[in-house]
Design a protein around this ligand. Sequence first.
Ligand SMILES: C[S@@+](CC[C@H](N)C(=O)[O-])C[C@H]1O[C@@H](n2cnc3c(N)ncnc32)[C@H](O)[C@@H]1O
Length: 225
Amino acid sequence: MAEALGSNAQLAEQAFADFCSRTDLPDFDYIALHGVWSWISDENRAVIVDFLRRKLKVGDVVYVSYNTQPGWATMMPMRDLLVEHADIMGSQGQGSVSRFDSALGFAEELLATNPSYVQTNPNVSERLAKLKNHSHSYLVHEYFNRNWQPLSFSKTASLLSAAKLTFACSAYYLDHIDALNLTTEQQDLLNDIPDSLFREMELVIQAHAFANKQLPIFMVLGICF
Ligand SMILES: C[S@@+](CC[C@H](N)C(=O)[O-])C[C@H]1O[C@@H](n2cnc3c(N)ncnc32)[C@H](O)[C@@H]1O
């Protein structure tokens, strides 16, 4: 692929544990983790943090995108239901996409009975309907992996601090325009918070949890100190 693009990128198809223990890799100025952080086990997050700690110098930058806990919290019971249905009710030779389709059909029947889960979390039906618009093979790959963990901003910040990384800013340009994302009351509340990490945690809750974000994902840049 790199050759076809005329790029000198070097591609490696390796598990993180194998890649991160290689002795032939240089230090890096910039490391990007796109679609990784929420989709791996705690053990692999630790492997990556250790790699970042060893391979970055002061001032270097890391990009991390991850699924936010405030954005996905209400959907977690639904995700568990779909996964369990696919595991228990699906048949072996059915294939993962087909098992997911059956699980989705069951979830719709369940929601039609107006269970108390939906009464407490009324946006669940709409969220499920929106998810259905994505290709089902994408959804299986994205949300029905063995590991999928929406993380709070504070947990991500805390894990990355072990690699001497501190939050720099959102990597999504529009996040920087408060007027687009927040009401004036929300902006006032944020402006009264002096601590930048706590401010960001509050911002993720306010702006990333529900506001127009069908798939709440937060992209951050961390800087090595
Ligand atoms: C949600 S997908 C994202 C794929 C791609 N980064 C993207 O954004 O389109 C998560 C990826 O993490 C990979 N993955 C999970 N655990 C891994 C591990 N221990 N070592 C290497 N890759 C892993 C999976 O193979 C999967 O391709």
